[in-house]
Design a protein around this ligand. Sequence first.
Ligand SMILES: [Zn+2]
Length: 175
Amino acid sequence: MSGELATAATTTRRLGRLDVQVDRTATGCVVTLAGQIDDQAALEAVAAELPVERVGEVVIDLDGVRFINSIGVREWIGLLRRLDARGARVTLRRCSEPMVHQMNMVMEARGDATIESFHVPYVCDVCGGTASRVLPVAAHEQALRARKVPPQPCSECGGAMQFDDFPNRYLLFLD
Ligand SMILES: [Zn+2]
């Protein structure tokens, strides 16, 4: 059915060192960003083209964002503001650690977006191994509100991995 094909349409583009993929969904779109958000990432322009005319739900997947600098964060904030102005509801999915650090430093970098899940740095008590795991917010809402991050089993040795940052700093953006 042609209607379904239109709904499933995917577009990809490259903005300097950032890959941008947009997948239309029944209620809006999913935007997947991967690479670097820097002076070449003209994200504000992307906002104008996103299909938000339906229910207007925009999910932005940030799992692949490895780097963001001060010029990049301006572009990023521009994207959030343009989407807000267009009436979109924005959800941030799998926020990478560099994105979490930016959102903790610059309040506008989160804006009014809902945080669905984010990366958490862990270190293993037993073997010293480190890992970045995705934590869903809804499932851990109470613990996170109490500034606690649940331990996770280590994939190397089975020991308990503990959160490897300062809760009052790393979890600030969730407020
Ligand atoms: Zn371990």
